[in-house]
Design a protein around this ligand. Structure first.
Ligand code: HEM
Length: 384
């Protein structure tokens, strides 16, 4: 059995590992890393929907030495919480999301291209992927220019707050930014019309203090920025790589289909984790209380029992929307359609404005992450 926990930067083709695991061990106990690894579609769904497994704690007893503001943000994130805390923070995150205002993607894209296009060349990851999703979010909440600049500059180092293990240097940068980031977001959100009604609604429903509600709301807004920065850029990047290879794409509807099939075929997020809260069985495998579990969403997308001929990139596949890339169950991503729409808009802009798009580097390098497959750079040249 090949490695179960690997850095995406070190593996050229993770999908061949997943296919062989699906064939041999769809539910596998990794004795070296002491973790269950789930590959099959059916069992991934079963665990994601199970009440016997929950999100593992990051940073118990603040062993990573985050400062007060950073700890407050981390502890409030819906993505990382369980039980009633998850219920409340998810509701707040969804209320935030439902208050997004429509933004002019085209104008933002034009500005980003103008800023960084030199001699018809641009690095799609750094100039578009790392900026567009976060900017769309910030502009949708009408943040001022200076605030956008600060958040765009700091979000990369701050996003490391999600890592289960952090280096001292990462912690230092997170701590350095946390207080200002929190206060910028708090000040701005509190000036928006929906904020008061959100606070009243949550306070009536859950009997929480206004301070606590503000804390959860601000933290989860920052959480949305982090997810936009990481997963958002991954989808933009991986979809562009498919667009460049699939020369027969004609219109925006086909681009949307291409994005959706990319979500299945080459997803930005490859796995997520749970911890067993009690003994239970997955198929015939006995999972014990406190066993860690790795759910390989990207492998489930290649399960032949679910997707016919899974290794074929097929934008006409009838069930590609049933991929597990955005998870399922209580913690399912709330930005699925936002992300697919944004990637479609960005690729359509590129495709429509520039008739020739050429990839300048064939050997794409990936970030050294275990849970996400994110290209480091994609240099392209574009001509109209
Ligand atoms: C673009 C590609 C994206 C992918 C592939 C993705 C994937 C996921 C996955 C797999 C989960 C579930 C994790 C689990 O069950 O353990 C998740 C949750 C979440 N995602 Fe996304 N995501 C993406 C983009 C975004 C964006 C852009 C945002 C915010 C604007 C976002 C916000 C969230 C939030 C808040 C949760 C937590 C939901 C909860 O725990 O209840 N995601 N995402």
């Amino acid at each position: 059995m090949s490695s179960t926990l690997f850095l995406q930067s070190e593996i050229a083709d993770p999908y061949s590992i997943y296919k062989s695991a699906l064939d041999k061990n769809p539910v596998y106990w990794d004795e070296i890393n002491k973790i269950w690894v789930i590959y099959s579609y059916k069992y991934c769904v079963e665990i994601l929907k199970s009440s016997c497994a929950e999100i593992p704690l990051i940073n118990p007893e603040n062993e990573q030495k985050l400062n007060e503001s950073a700890l407050e943000i981390l502890n409030n994130l819906t993505r990382l919480s369980n039980g009633i805390q998850h219920e409340i923070s998810k509701e707040i995150a969804m209320m935030l999301f439902s208050n997004l205002q429509i933004t002019d993607h085209k104008r933002l894209l034009q500005e980003l291209f103008q800023n960084d296009l030199v001699e018809n060349k641009i690095d799609w990851v750094n100039s578009i992927g790392k900026k567009l999703p976060v900017l769309v979010l910030l502009k949708s909440f009408v943040f001022e220019e200076d605030d956008c600049d600060f958040i765009i500059e700091k979000i990369e180092s701050f996003s490391k707050i999600m890592l289960p293990k952090k280096t001292e240097e990462q912690v230092e940068l997170i701590n350095k930014t946390s207080e200002k980031l929190f206060s910028i977001v708090e000040k701005h959100l509190s000036s928006l019309p929906f904020y008061k009604s959100l606070t009243i609604k949550i306070s009536n429903k859950y009997n929480l203090s206004t301070d606590k509600i503000i804390s959860i709301t601000v933290s989860n807004f920052i959480g949305l920025c982090i997810q936009s920065f990481d997963a958002g850029r991954g989808l933009l990047s991986n979809s562009l790589l498919q667009l460049i290879q699939n020369k027969n794409i004609l219109d925006k509807t086909e681009i949307e289909k291409l994005v959706l099939e990319t979500v299945r075929f080459d997803p930005p997020i490859h796995n997520t984790r749970r911890i067993a809260t009690q003994d239970f069985y997955i198929g015939e495998s006995p999972i014990k209380k406190n066993d860690p579990i790795l759910i390989v969403l990207a492998a489930a997308n290649y399960d032949p029992e679910k997707f016919k001929n899974p290794s074929a990139f097929d934008i006409l596949r009838s069930n590609n929307n049933e991929n597990l890339t955005f998870g399922t169950g209580g913690h399912m991503c709330l930005a699925k359609y936002f992300s697919i729409h944004l990637a479609t808009e960005a690729l359509w802009f590129l495709f429509n404005e520039y008739k020739t798009i050429t990839l300048l580097e064939n050997n794409i390098q990936y970030e050294p992450m275990t849970n996400a497959r994110l290209p480091k750079k994609i240099w392209i040249s574009i001509h109209n």
